[in-house]
Design a protein around this ligand. Structure first.
Ligand code: ZN
Length: 192
């Protein structure tokens, strides 16, 4: 009798472990996001003045041909739904780039959480930190532009030690272009 109880307990505990693990493994899509993977990307003058046009072009192109529902096209004009790309500097050490989501709430465009729907994202690269890291062009694409554009498509950071372009800040391995894992996550978000 005692053995049976122990066995049931062990089974229960392992089920708990499995479900906890799969919850963690699925944590790399934002609950929120834009309502379409067909994005228009507007470049601020800062992109040209810092010489980042081709770096952002490559970042956008890295997400091509994975899902028929996803395309990030350049647009020369902003709209209420176009994403906005910037290059600037940050006082925060080791932050290479950032994606911030926005939505019009009761007539005011404001920053929202990644758990909410958003209309457009600002995608920024921080030139001073990129320089202090001594990154080369392909590394800037892989670690900053393609990565942040991935966030703008609704992808969160991948789980610990997954081979992915969407690794979190404390992870060691970075990948480029999108790995099989990244592709499957993009398709999970938007479809094939
Ligand atoms: Zn990130």
């Amino acid at each position: 009798m005692k053995i049976r109880i122990t066995l049931v307990m062990v089974m229960f505990l392992s089920l708990l472990t499995i479900s906890t693990f799969s919850k963690t493994a699925n944590a790399d899509l934002y609950v929120g996001g834009p309502n379409t993977g067909q994005r228009a990307a507007w470049y601020s003058n800062s992109v040209t003045s810092y010489g980042y046009n081709s770096l952002f072009n490559q970042g956008r192109a890295s997400w091509d041909n994975i899902s028929s529902k996803v395309k990030v096209l350049y647009t020369p004009s902003t709209s209420t739904t176009s994403d906005r790309y910037y290059v600037g500097t940050t006082p925060t050490a080791n932050v290479l780039g950032i994606m911030l989501p926005f939505r019009n709430v009761s007539g005011t465009v404001r920053q929202v959480f990644t758990t909410e729907p958003w209309q457009f994202a600002s995608v920024s690269a921080y030139h001073n930190e990129i320089q202090s890291w001594g990154l080369s062009d392909p590394q800037i694409v892989s670690m900053v532009t393609a990565h942040e554009i991935g966030h703008s498509l609704g992808l969160d950071h991948s789980p610990h030690q997954i081979y992915s372009m969407m690794i979190g800040p404390s992870e060691q391995l970075y990948a480029y272009p999108p790995t099989d894992y990244d592709k499957s996550e993009l398709r999970r978000k938007w479809g094939n």
